[in-house]
Design a protein around this ligand. Structure first.
Ligand code: ZN
Ligand code: ZN
Length: 229
């Protein structure tokens, strides 16, 4: 594994005291410190995809709206590791939220390191989609140093339905929503082993179930449908 610079990156976020943002470049690197050096190329060619990877890696997805009882709609995942009383100091009153909102936010908590691992994994998966842009030798070497191998016979598939994913699906929007989303084999674990891309429809179908639970559920439905004639 690559030895990282981990220099603190200046930020104006009020959450910096919880977890500073750290440079993820190789130690002794030239140029400026950068938290997402592996996304540099994508930020140039496909900024919306790069932004999505960065956002989905580090932010929770809460309610689509922001209101007192819906809670914060997007918040850094490691902030959700704090206790209720610590969160109150940051102006987040968990006790006034509905139990299902609290559960949803807490399920999405994750450490900073896991979030960085997720960002690398999603970048690697993106470059292996059908019709993906070519990866630069620098980005390839960076991801390979984390054990992510590239092979021409490998294609990124939907985590749920296992159909091949095309890079173009990122921009092919349905009713304002992208066709592919970030998903998890177990929706309550946000780490590189557990994360992948999922069709929007597959994500909705999976809901809060783990993949094992989801497939078991589908099997019982199909069995019932087959015998109920
Ligand atoms: Zn650095
Ligand atoms: Zn799918």
């Amino acid at each position: 594994m690559l030895k990282l610079c981990l220099n603190r990156i200046a930020s104006s976020s009020k959450y910096d005291s919880i977890q500073p943002r750290l440079c993820q470049c190789a130690t002794g690197h030239p140029g400026r410190h950068d938290e997402f050096p592996f996304l540099r190329d994508l930020f140039k060619t496909n900024p919306s995809v790069a932004n999505k990877i960065r956002r989905d890696s580090v932010m929770t997805t809460g309610a689509a709206w922001k209101s007192a009882d819906a809670g914060p709609n997007r918040i850094l995942r490691w902030v959700m590791l704090l206790s209720d009383s610590q969160l109150l100091k940051f102006g987040i009153n968990m006790q006034q939220l509905k139990p299902q909102v609290i559960a949803k936010l807490r399920d999405k908590a994750s450490t900073y390191d896991d979030c960085m691992g997720v960002a690398r994994k999603l970048t690697w998966l993106t470059y292996q989609m059908d019709n993906a842009p070519n990866i630069s030798p620098e980005t390839k070497a960076y991801l390979e140093s984390f054990g992510m191998q590239f092979s021409t016979s490998q294609t990124t598939k939907c985590l749920v339905c296992r159909d091949r994913l095309s890079f173009e699906s990122f921009s092919r929007a349905q009713r304002g929503k992208a066709e592919i989303e970030t998903g998890h084999s177990n929706p309550r674990l946000h780490n590189s082993d557990n994360v992948g891309f999922i069709h929007r429809e597959c994500n909705i179908a999976q809901g809060a179930k783990t993949l094992d639970e989801f497939y078991g559920w589908i099997k019982t439905i199909l069995k019932r449908v087959e015998t109920d004639v």
